[in-house]
Ligand binder design. Structure first.
Ligand code: AMP
Ligand code: MG
Length: 475
């Protein structure tokens, strides 16, 4: 069995100033934790070949397979609103791209593969915790129908990474529609490199939005994609935690699973990330932050939109101002599906908001409230179940006004039963650090079938003392 990856690398054909070409830094004793066989096959890669010595050499960065052209991408970004003119892949390498079985071009990237010219003070490495976290959460997001980067494989390196303490090193192989971010455009905009912005925009249009015919059309398409994405996050209680412009993918995929988390008990202003002290990236702030990020993207595109600066600003502003309406429509569609509503009424947003405020007042588990709506057990997710009663009457009246029965299958697909809960993730990581990967495999297997109750224990909110209050970037 020989490893063959059908590379076709388009980003590497862009000008040299878009990246730093370099090999990965080898590791001592890599061994495989997991391979995503279905994804491998979709990419035209034999999953069994990934488990051979050659496969593990690729997945650990010890040898680049034929056709790979490893490079670290340059980008900039606003981090917590503060401008960083140069970030770039400091612990990641793009091995190359493949065109998958459905004709879509996908990046294959190693994360944790060693230092690059963009590493600054970092060691270029990743430890096991964030690698397993991203593996589980990104695949769960995909299974729930949320656009996301994917996990192709995880390996341990056989080396130690020093964080607060020595921890096992690991490498994640990530697959994405592309790793081009708002921050990639900002990198060139900050340097006044209009030619590069034009090349990047053309690259992105060809790759992600082939029906788009103008820079303004690209802005509109990215606004639509982000509206859809953020609405879907809110629909599963997901808090990204670091919505910096360098973590905002132009493709509309969720990218960079750092301190992200799903809520257990619903709280509109919920924050998990230890470094998000001001709550900039709180659950209910995510749509506002998306607008902020899109405004940065729009600013980068101004020189392409029109030679007349005022006209460009007017057109870009108009596009960005479309976001709230566009997002509201996506959000209502997401939550209507969760409630099993197949028609639209003017007061639906009020009905949804009323449910959410009762959930907050009643200490309700987000996932289990929605999962319980289909079978009449929603109140059981509340600490104070009677808070839900008046709402259930309004809800029943609303259901009675729509034609036909509730499509319970559709409602099931809108309301996951099992999500990767924080306390389960932490327990899984602790076990893996101790050498036991069974909880990782078990949690992964359950969360990629989120609509089946394969393990009822995994649907339980954290018990006393199990609740995770903070998450960490983990770099
Ligand atoms: P993130 O917060 O994960 O989006 O990363 C922000 C920036 O820090 C990116 O440029 C990363 O490549 C870089 N970075 C994060 N962790 C490391 C690390 N361990 N070594 C080098 N660079 C890193
Ligand atoms: Mg990042």
């Amino acid at each position: 069995m020989t490893l063959h990856v059908p590379f076709d690398n388009s980003y590497a054909r862009l000008p040299e100033r878009f990246f730093a070409r370099q090999p990965a830094d080898p590791v001592r004793a890599p061994s495989l934790i997991a391979v995503n066989a279905d994804l491998a096959r979709a990419l035209g890669i034999d999953p069994d070949a990934l488990a051979t010595d050659d496969g593990i050499a690729m997945l650990s960065g010890n040898a680049a397979p034929t056709g790979a052209d490893p490079l670290a991408q340059a980008y900039a970004g606003h981090q917590f609103g503060g401008w960083s003119p140069q970030l770039g892949d400091g612990r990641a390498l793009l091995l190359g791209e493949v065109v998958d079985q459905s004709g879509q071009r996908r990046d294959i990237q190693l994360k944790g593969s060693g230092r690059t010219p963009f590493s600054r003070m970092g060691d270029g490495r990743a430890w096991l915790g964030p690698v397993l976290r991203e593996y589980v959460i990104s695949e769960a997001m995909h299974a729930m129908g949320i656009p996301t980067t994917r996990a192709l494989a995880a390996v341990v390196t056989g080396e130690t990474v020093l964080r607060e303490r020595p921890l096992p090193g690991a490498v994640l192989t990530r697959v994405a529609a592309s790793h081009i971010r708002v921050g990639t455009f900002q990198y060139f905009a900050a340097r006044g490199d209009v030619e590069a912005i034009r090349l990047l925009a053309d690259h992105v249009i060809a790759r992600h939005y082939p029906t788009v015919t103008s820079p303004l059309g690209l802005l509109d398409a990215v606004i639509d994609a982000q509206s859809d994405l953020i609405a879907k996050w809110l629909g599963v209680g997901f808090i990204h935690g670091v919505m910096n412009t360098d973590n905002c993918a132009i493709s509309g995929e969720t990218i960079d699973y750092g301190p992200c988390a799903f809520m257990d008990r619903y709280e509109g202003g919920k924050v998990f990330s230890s470094i998000d002290r001001g709550g900039r990236y709180a659950y209910d702030k995510q749509p506002d932050i998306a607008v902020w990020n899109l405004a940065q993207f729009a600013t980068c595109l101004l020189p392409l939109i029109s030679d007349d600066r005022d006209q460009a600003v007017d057109q870009a502003s108009e596009a960005v101002h479309r976001f709230p309406q566009c997002f509201a429509e996506c959000w209502q569609a997401t939550f209507r599906a969760k409630l099993g509503l197949n028609t639209a009424e003017a007061n639906d947003a009020l009905l949804i908001d009323s449910l959410l405020s009762r959930m907050e007042a009643g200490g309700a588990d987000f996932t289990n409230t929605f999962a319980g709506l289909a079978n009449g057990t929603a109140a059981a997710a509340f600490h104070e179940p009677e808070i839900l009663d008046p709402w259930l009457e309004d809800y029943q009246a609303r259901l009675d006004r729509q034609p036909g029965d509730v499509d319970t299958d559709a409602m099931t697909r809108a309301n996951p039963l099992i999500i990767p809960r924080n306390h389960q993730i932490e327990a899984m990581i602790a076990a893996a650090v101790g050498g036991d990967f069974a909880p990782f495999h078990h949690l992964h297997a359950a969360t990629i079938q989120p609509f089946n109750l394969t393990d009822p224990d995994l649907a339980l909110p954290p018990g006393p003392g199990q609740e995770v209050r903070q998450t960490f970037c983990g770099t």
